[in-house]
Ligand binder design. Structure first.
Ligand SMILES: Cc1ncc(COP(=O)(O)O)c(C=O)c1O
Length: 301
């Protein structure tokens, strides 16, 4: 009998596409090519499908969890949707804790996959409060926290899949890798793989500038720095304002046909800044999710 893939088999192997118009003077005239890795092509719609599946499969392999168990996670969005999908596929009950200002389409996507939601106050608590609550519930025996912020299986997913894909897709020609930073799983995992292959590859992190609220990414207070984060893994940081990210999100869609989220647009801003400084470079940035997820925020109106 012919064997067909399951939904979990089609996570990853996402396309890498070249920007055609946005680079203008900083692109071809300087010999630069700027490439977008389209993670919105994953089945649950974001780069987080890789990390979610990796965290569940590895915990299963260690015997830490087994189907039927309850998983708990604090997440501002994409990880929740990805974990809800992966939990549905592998047979877990999923409880997700998130600030009450998360967009309605995100919450609905999680419940569609059968997850239960706990909404926490965004004012005065935010993600820090959600993360503390998840750990408290675990200590009360209410379930197992995978904790994407401290779970080595998060960057491992990118070390084992995203990084090698980019290396192969650019035939080893990548010179700069740009990613927005949330848990830092993407930049840590991809960055360490690429550096192993070629230590000259520059790793650039896009972070929200002071006062910017870009969903999914943060400049964490010291006490909440993800423990998977190693500052030595990033060569340079690019601060991105809200306005820059939102304007770029509209331009990516209207001028390139790439309908990505706001943090993805932040990575695009950083990639174009890098291009203005270099020549003959192959710059890859991550489009972590799709713009559909932000429609209710009005950014694309
Ligand atoms: C929209 C969005 N952008 C960027 C990121 C950053 O990815 P990472 O957590 O791997 O740093 C996330 C992570 O949750 C996200 O949801």
């Amino acid at each position: 009998m012919k064997s067909y893939p399951t939904i979990e088999d089609i996570i990853g192997s996402t396309p890498l596409v070249r920007l055609q118009r946005l680079p203008g003077d900083v692109g071809e005239p300087r010999g630069n090519v700027i490439l977008a890795k389209l993670e919105g092509h994953n089945p649950a719609g974001s780069v987080k499908d890789r990390a979610a599946l990796s965290m569940i499969l590895q915990a299963e392999a260690r015997g830490d969890i087994r189907p039927g168990d309850t998983l708990i996670e604090a997440t501002s969005g994409n990880t929740g949707i990805a974990l809800a999908m992966a939990a549905a596929v592998r047979g877990y009950r999923m409880v997700l804790i998130m600030p009450d200002n998360s967009t309605q389409e995100r919450c609905a996507a999680m419940t569609a996959y059968g997850a239960e939601l706990i909404l926490t106050p965004s004012q005065g608590g935010g993600m820090e409060y959600a993360r503390d609550l998840a750990l408290r519930m675990q200590s009360e025996g209410k379930g197992k926290v995978l904790d994407q912020f401290s779970n080595a299986d998060n960057p491992r997913a990118h070390y084992e899949t995203t990084g090698p894909e980019i290396w192969t897709q650019t035939e080893g020609g990548i010179t700069h890798f740009v990613s927005a930073m949330g848990t830092t799983g993407t930049i840590m995992g991809v960055g360490s793989y690429l550096r192993e292959r070629n230590p000259a590859v520059r790793i650039i992190g896009a972070q929200p500038a002071e006062g910017a609220h870009i969903p999914g990414i943060r400049k964490w207070p010291e006490a909440y720095q993800p423990s998977i984060y190693d500052p030595a893994g990033v060569d340079a940081f690019e601060p991105i304002t809200q306005e820059q990210a939102e304007t770029m999100a509209r331009r990516l869609a209207a001028e390139e046909g790439i309908f990505g989220g706001i943090s993805s647009a932040g990575a695009a801003v950083a990639a174009l800044r890098v291009a203005a400084e270099v020549r003959d470079a192959t710059i890859v940035f991550i489009v972590c999710d799709r713009g559909d997820r932000y429609l209710s925020s009005g950014v694309f109106n």
